[in-house]
Design a protein around this ligand. Structure first.
Ligand SMILES: *Cc1c(COP(=O)(O)O)cnc(C)c1O
Length: 363
């Protein structure tokens, strides 16, 4: 007999990230992982070089300096912040601590894949509820709640759909959920939203003892490779996370980089303005090519090709041109491809490549 995991573990489909290499293309255009358009902020790069000699030391396990910096930046109590090796780390810890055998986790039909992986890993039953127009449906979530529900996850805005719900809807969701259900608002793309009716969750977390907001340095801050995320949570939840998380879950370079990223002048504003401009331009150009593009509040577009075959053909064709976008069949969207908003040159290049595909495919 060989060692066996719990049976549900083998029902987990391993997470498949965006492809980064293309045979025959030494410098492919990678628009498959929603990494920020501008790479690593210069101040972060300088800090990384400076801090490397300290890498033989264990990091500060309490991430105190970074939590203090986040507290100043977002006007939050640092005691209510927990940092992790990416927000994925926080999501796993929440699932393991609040889920488990006999409990249910609710997520939406096209919600972020990690909730399901971490939920099953924890032993929870993962319930996916329908969306409306590829958008979180609060009523569908509330209708799915049972006595066994302990966790509800929504990404707002969601990946890979790009859709969001406004603060009134988030509030209605919280009001409708039982008090003992932990609501997790994954705001990985918060910085990109420019709608006035959006709230990442800070206000709700401050007012309740059962809501958590997760954030990441992987997207607008261009630090996906460093693995750094955090959450703002009520004291009861931070207490739990601080008991169960890895004691040194954030590395020396990641912690220093996080502090430097927050100090980078104008980085968020410049990145958001760029994204707003080039997301609109790219969506407009795709639509001019006759493609359906879903509205997006994030740094990517969900392009709808109508059929899985046509989406697949587009994916293959783009790759042959050295352009990598993200297939989202595993998200129940086989007819779509997700395209990250890159630099101006990258946006122009993906539109030109898409135009060649549409030309060749005869519209
Ligand atoms: C990218 C992403 C994350 C962030 O993951 P990290 O582990 O912080 O890199 C979290 N949630 C969603 C919805 C994402 O798209």
């Amino acid at each position: 007999m060989s060692p066996r995991p719990r049976p549900e573990i083998l029902t987990i489909a391993p997470y498949v990230g965006g492809v980064s290499k293309l045979p025959g293309h030494s410098h492919p255009l990678k628009l498959s992982s929603n990494e920020g358009a501008f790479g690593v902020p210069p101040g972060v790069l300088a800090t990384l070089h400076a801090v490397m000699a300290e890498a033989y030391r264990y990091p500060d396990g309490s991430s105190a300096e970074l939590r203090a910096a986040l507290g100043r930046f977002f006007d939050l109590d640092p005691a209510q912040i927990v940092c992790g090796a990416g927000s994925d780390d926080i999501i796993y810890q929440l699932c393991l601590a609040y889920g488990g055998a006999g409990t249910e986790l609710i997520m939406t039909a096209h919600g972020f894949a990690i909730y399901e992986i971490a939920g099953i890993y924890a032993g929870s039953k993962v319930i996916r509820v329908p969306e409306r127009n590829l958008t979180t449906d609060v009523d569908a979530i509330l209708a799915a709640v049972t006595q066994r529900t302990t966790l509800v996850f929504i990404a707002n805005p969601n990946n890979p759909t790009g859709s969001m719900i406004d603060k009134t809807e988030v509030e209605r969701l919280r009001q409708g959920l039982p008090a003992d259900v932990l609501l997790v608002l994954d705001a990985a793309y918060a910085e990109y939203v420019d709608r006035a009716d959006y709230d990442a969750g800070i206000d709700l977390v401050s007012r309740t003892d059962n809501t958590v907001m997760t954030r990441t340095f992987s997207k607008i801050f261009g630090m996906g490779g460093l693995r750094l995320g955090w959450c703002f949570a009520p004291p009861g939840v931070t207490d739990v996370l601080n008991r169960v998380r890895g004691p040194f879950n954030c590395s020396v370079p990641a912690l220093a980089a996080g502090v430097a990223a927050l100090a980078e002048p104008g980085w968020i504003e410049r990145s958001r303005a760029h994204n707003t401009q080039w997301r609109a331009w790219t969506a407009g150009e795709f639509r001019r090519l006759g493609l359906k593009v879903w509205p997006s509040e994030a740094n990517f577009l969900l392009v709808d090709f109508g059929t899985p075959e046509r989406a697949k053909a587009a994916d293959v064709n783009l790759r042959s041109q050295g352009v990598i976008v993200r297939g989202v069949a595993s998200y129940g969207l086989p007819q779509c491809l997700r395209v990250t908003i890159g630099t101006e040159d990258e946006c122009r290049a993906v539109v030109a490549a898409m135009a060649r595909f549409v030309d060749q495919a005869g519209g």
